[in-house]
Write a protein that binds this ligand. Structure first.
Ligand SMILES: [Zn+2]
Length: 79
């Protein structure tokens, strides 16, 4: 039975990683010398990336407003 070396939870057959600790499951109880293999952290950059995009969009919107204001000022000057 797959077994999490970190939290000690037992999993059903077919599981390969502990979803709480993100470590690879082992098929037997460790004897103390077992190495705990950490899995790479789940992708958490998605939210940060989307926040960055939102900031970029806000800057673009501000630039558009600025350009429109500039265009309007020029049009008024040319009159
Ligand atoms: Zn665990």
């Amino acid at each position: 039975m797959p077994w999490c070396p970190k939290c000690g939870a037992e999993f059903r057959e077919g599981f390969t990683a502990c979803n709480t600790c993100h470590v690879k499951l082992i098929s037997h109880k460790p004897d103390g010398t077992e190495m705990i293999e950490e899995l790479p952290a789940p992708p958490g950059g998605w939210e940060r990336e989307s926040r960055k995009k939102q900031r970029l969009l806000r800057i673009l919107r501000a630039l558009t407003v600025l350009l429109l204001a500039l265009a309007a000022a020029l049009l008024l000057q040319n009159r």
